[in-house]
Design a protein around this ligand. Structure first.
Ligand SMILES: [Zn+2]
Length: 207
């Protein structure tokens, strides 16, 4: 079965079986989780208004086997800057982490690969830029990023203070996470999730 459902009856969840994704119902909400060799994640779908008695509390997480080096992020910022007023799309593939630049159709408000399957199963993180605009996920991004289990990242504010925003996507469910969970952030990059926190505080919250 592609999808499975379990109740969190103990704080330690059982390993996932052979499913693409699995819903977990805990005392504090409904979650969905997925796992692949390079990463695993369990994210919120909905919170419960009051605790469900008899179930364990579930804590969401997102973990990569290794964080993406700052150098790769710096390179993507540089290429995004050179793309001027056009958006640009990158795929990050593992072992070791590297950037794949697919053939793409770029405009000021959108970017898409010429081959819709260019990302392939190897892509763990999909990154696109919003050039001088802010780092946020648009309605178009939601539509285009609603399949499979990946991390999605937007780069923005390239002309002022470079910003970044990351989220986990599990078959159409999204949860924004600190960029420091995914990247070793170069100095000066602002996580749009926590604009008021200093980088060290975000780092502390990561695992
Ligand atoms: Zn976008």
């Amino acid at each position: 079965m592609f999808v499975n459902h379990i109740f969190a009856t103990a704080p330690q969840l059982p390993p996932m079986g052979q499913h693409l994704y699995e819903y977990v119902i805990g005392s504090n909400g409904v979650f969905v989780r997925a796992k692949r060799p390079e990463m695993e994640a369990l994210i919120w779908v909905a919170a419960t208004q009051a605790p469900v008695r008899g179930l364990a509390e579930v804590k969401p997480y997102a973990r990569l086997t290794s964080r993406i080096p700052a150098l790769l992020l710096a390179r993507m910022y540089e290429m995004a800057y050179r793309a001027g007023n056009n958006e640009i799309l990158f795929y990050l593939v593992p072992n070791p982490w590297r950037i794949v630049l697919p053939e793409q159709v770029q405009t000021g408000v959108s970017v898409r690969p010429v081959d819709p399957y260019a990302g392939g199963a190897n892509t763990v993180v999909e990154v696109h830029s919003h050039h001088s605009m802010g780092a946020f996920f648009s309605k178009t991004d939601d539509r285009e990023e609603n399949t499979g289990f990946r991390l999605y990242t937007v780069l923005g504010n390239l002309l002022t203070r470079p910003a970044i925003l990351c989220r986990v996507g599990i078959f159409g469910h999204f949860w924004q996470i600190p960029a420091a969970w995914v990247f070793d952030l170069p100095a000066g990059v602002n996580d749009a999730l926590y604009p008021i926190l200093e980088y060290e505080e975000i780092e502390d919250a990561s695992y």
